[in-house]
Design a protein around this ligand. Structure first.
Ligand SMILES: Nc1ncnc2c1ncn2[C@@H]1O[C@H](COP(=O)(O)OP(=O)(O)O)[C@@H](O)[C@H]1O
Ligand SMILES: Nc1ncnc2c1ncn2[C@H]1C[C@H](O)[C@@H](COP(=O)(O)O)O1
Length: 222
């Protein structure tokens, strides 16, 4: 019996993993997908044609990058729907607008007119009754110093050149964002309470908590 069956997790469940850059979303996505025998939906960083340019010049490329991410995530949403669920998704679509687009607008690196065009498009595509929300959002959180250490350790060139203030600001915004998030149920995990790299078997206790949350919120999906 696999963990999905053991903990009664429906085969069509869709779980999205949220949290700031470097917190461990991809690592968690892989571990959970393997434990539950689910498919994965990843952000494609290496093939993103705007990401490097964006880190070089936020002002010039913010709008292009947000439109690109929106299109990519929407295509992934369609793929998940077509398979009938059973997915772990690395990063939620809600973070694009709630964190990234808003932060760049507030900081002046996305113009008001671009921000309005983007949020209008986002709301028309996503915040409608026709858009299926995930069954659960797992929010990964932890101290900023640990997260910066992970960004360094991963070593993506464009992220190394970005001022530390950028990650600090993002970390703060994430805390405010998650405290007000209500598009779907949320399970919060502190990265210092588990270590999937040192101890992969800990995934079972996370699956158990997921199962509990899904049972507590099952009335919302009927
Ligand atoms: N439990 C952990 N302990 C130490 N390092 C970790 C842990 N989980 C992830 N990492 C490392 O942190 C970095 C960022 O993790 P990643 O899963 O790519 O984050 P994200 O997808 O949120 O950006 C990677 O180098 C990864 O190997
Ligand atoms: N919507 C976004 N706007 C700007 N930058 C973004 C957005 N979504 C992801 N990113 C960046 C942040 C990281 O450099 C990479 C991948 O994110 P990660 O959290 O490491 O999976 O893309």
């Amino acid at each position: 019996m696999n963990l999905r069956e053991k903990y009664n997790i429906p085969a069509n469940t869709v779980i999205t993993i949220a949290g700031t850059v470097g917190v461990g979303k991809s690592t968690m996505t892989n571990a959970l997908a393997q434990a539950l025998n689910f498919r994965t939906s990843f952000e494609k960083v290496d093939t993103n044609p705007y990401l490097d340019k964006f880190y070089d010049d936020f002002e010039k490329w913010s709008f292009h990058l947000q439109i690109y991410f929106l299109a990519e995530r929407f295509k992934e949403q369609k793929r998940i729907f077509e398979y009938g669920g059973g997915f772990i998704q690395d990063r939620s679509i809600y973070e694009d607008t709630g964190i990234f687009a808003k932060m760049h607008y507030d900081k002046g690196t996305m113009s008001p007119v671009d921000y309005e065009t983007y949020t209008n498009l986002f709301d028309a595509m996503v915040m409608t009754p026709y858009f299926p929300h995930p069954d659960l959002l797992i929010y990964l959180e932890g101290p900023i110093d640990d997260i910066i250490a992970r960004i360094r350790e991963r070593g993506r060139e464009m992220e190394q050149q970005t001022p530390l203030d950028y990650w600090v600001e993002m970390h703060k915004r994430y805390e405010d964002w998650i405290n007000n998030f209500n598009a779907c149920p949320v399970l919060r995990l502190d990265i210092n309470d588990y270590d999937l790299m040192e101890n992969p078997a800990q995934i079972e206790s996370i699956v158990e908590r997921i199962s509990y949350m899904l049972q507590q919120t099952s009335h919302l999906r009927k």
